[in-house]
Design a protein around this ligand. Structure first.
Ligand code: TYD
Length: 139
């Protein structure tokens, strides 16, 4: 049994308020995204060629946005795998629970913004790939 599917992890278009002096993207709980934000964090100064991620979560839901630059998010549900390129600040990838993710191909100066449904808890991480596969296959 697949608890979660990569096909439920969609890229959503966020609002963009545009004028000649630039853009604003506002995001509200349960309006543009389907959860309440309990934590915001961002990754930056990722050295060239480095990868991040390499884990899944039991409960956490996230929206990942390329606030600046670009990167690829490789997501896996234990059966299916897909790669999503994020490179526009008004688009975000929703990641449901039980999805393995790797963050790769960071451009120079990329800023990866995460809106998260829970506060940080190491207990919510699955960091071992085999444990993830067992979990996603219902074992
Ligand atoms: P991790 O989520 O493994 O990073 P990534 O998926 O980007 O590779 O987190 C790396 C370290 O940072 C880990 O020791 C936990 C810590 N951390 C926090 O303390 N609070 C947080 O909100 C996050 C996301 C990580």
């Amino acid at each position: 049994m697949i608890k979660n599917s990569v096909y439920n992890c969609n890229v959503i278009e966020l609002p963009k308020i545009h004028n000649r002096a630039g853009n604003i993207t506002p995001i509200h709980n349960n309006i543009e995204i389907p959860f309440e934000i309990k934590r915001v964090y961002y990754l930056y100064d990722v050295p060239g060629g480095e990868t991040r991620g390499g884990h899944a979560h039991y409960e956490l839901r996230q929206l990942i946005v390329a606030a600046s630059g670009s990167f690829d998010v490789v997501i896996e549900d234990g059966k299916n795998k897909k790669t999503v390129t994020l490179n526009r600040p008004n688009f975000g990838l929703l990641i449901t629970p039980g999805i393995w993710r790797e963050l790769i191909n960071f451009s120079s100066g990329a800023v990866l913004l995460v809106l998260a449904s829970e506060t940080y808890s190491e207990m919510d991480y699955i960091r071992d790939y085999q444990t993830f596969l067992n979990y996603s296959n219902g074992e």
